[in-house]
Design a binder for this molecule. Structure first.
Ligand SMILES: [Fe+2]
Ligand SMILES: [Fe+2]
Length: 372
């Protein structure tokens, strides 16, 4: 068996048939149960600040908590179709896509607008589900990480994630026009992260990979949207996410020093698996399905579109430099560097990593009423 088959269940990362075979089968279930397989660890070493960088992050987090109910202006009226049209006018839409010979050729404004609306419902739904993943994972870290400074910090992140789930759910309910169940690839990844018994794997899967991607994706959407409430919401969430990713980088940087080459290889493989799952999810197969168009044809067009390829690569703008910072790109025989090269994202390796970047994302004095 090749390493691709073993890690992601298929030989060719771009095999569309295989990607689409993964679907969410329990879309009507109200809950989903996953074994978290981990030891809860008490520490009797209460020395606060023995890890100064984590302590600084914790102090910062205590003073940075905004309140979604009172700090966001929910009275803003959102006309979703008008927003989709305004976003398309501001940013262009599929202009360079090669649609010849596909069903897209017959599309007019009505279909493109509907796609914009469904994509937004889908995207925000997946953000909400991902935020719940972060809530659960970080609660797990509170239990499993052996360091008091990390337990303290993680507890503030749990509160951050609760607020993130809350604001995305509220935005979906009050301002958009429909929900989507969790995407199958995202769900698979979240399950794998929770299932893993090793405490540092929660960090790698969540803080480095999922949140690294979220930070890039939120940044992109924040820049692109013309809707002021969503813009503000994303601004607040990003100020927290940058800390969360820093938490992952700071913690793993220390812990990876102790690991053997073989153990680091397992981390490289997990990072690759996560990268592929997240890339697959952005093909938004559920949207095509709901719109009643041929899913495979739509996904094929999307995967070959230069604009989409650029967007998918951009999602890795934070992940790759952070993996580099952690030594994961080049550990052993440089296996992860090779894999990120295959995925076409290695060029981001020298972008700023997120260990210190959270300061530049921080909310300014007076930018939000309730954060002091
Ligand atoms: Fe979050
Ligand atoms: Fe987060």
């Amino acid at each position: 068996m090749t390493s691709n088959e073993r890690i992601i269940g298929r030989e060719n990362v771009n095999d569309i048939e295989q990607i689409l075979m993964i679907t969410n089968t329990d879309v009507d279930a109200a809950i989903h149960t996953v074994k978290d397989n981990a030891d809860a660890i008490f520490t009797w070493d209460y020395e606060k600040g023995s890890r100064p960088a984590l302590n600084k992050l914790y102090e910062k987090a205590k003073n940075s908590q905004w309140n979604g109910e009172t700090d966001l202006d929910w009275s803003i009226d959102v006309d979703q179709e008008a927003v989709v049209a305004a976003n398309a006018a501001a940013n262009g839409r599929g202009a360079e896509m090669n649609l010849a010979g596909t069903f897209f050729e017959k599309w007019g404004d009505k279909e493109w607008n509907e796609l914009g609306v469904q994509s937004q419902n889908w995207m925000l739904s997946q953000f909400m589900h991902g935020e719940q993943g972060a809530l659960l994972c970080t609660a797990k870290i509170v239990e499993t990480v052996p360091w008091i400074d990390a337990k303290y910090y993680a507890s503030t992140q749990v509160m951050d994630e609760a607020r993130h789930v809350e604001v995305f759910a509220k935005y979906l309910n009050e301002k958009l026009s429909g929900h989507y169940p969790v995407n199958a690839h995202l769900k698979m990844l979240l399950d794998d992260i929770v299932l893993d018994s090793r405490w540092d794997m929660t960090y790698l899967g969540m803080q480095i990979m999922v949140e690294g991607l979220a930070l890039a994706a939120f940044g992109f959407m924040h820049q692109m949207t013309t809707e002021p409430l969503l813009k503000q919401l994303l601004r607040y969430v990003m100020s927290d996410e940058a800390r969360h990713v820093a938490f992952g980088v700071l913690s793993l940087k220390e812990y990876y020093q102790e690991l053997t080459q073989a153990e680091l290889r397992e981390r490289q493989e997990f990072a690759f698996e996560a990268a592929v799952r997240m890339r697959d999810r952005f093909l938004q197969q559920e949207v095509w399905d709901r719109m009643g168009v041929p899913v495979k044809e739509a996904v094929t067009v999307i995967m070959q579109d230069p604009g989409q390829q650029l967007f998918q690569q951009m999602l890795f703008a934070k992940i790759v430099p952070n993996c580099r910072k952690l030594g994961l790109l080049d550990a052993g025989d440089g296996w992860l560097r090779e894999k990120f090269t295959e995925l076409g994202v290695i060029d981001f390796e020298h972008m700023p990593d997120t260990e210190e970047e959270y300061d530049t994302f921080a909310l300014a004095e007076g930018e939000v009423a309730s954060a002091r």
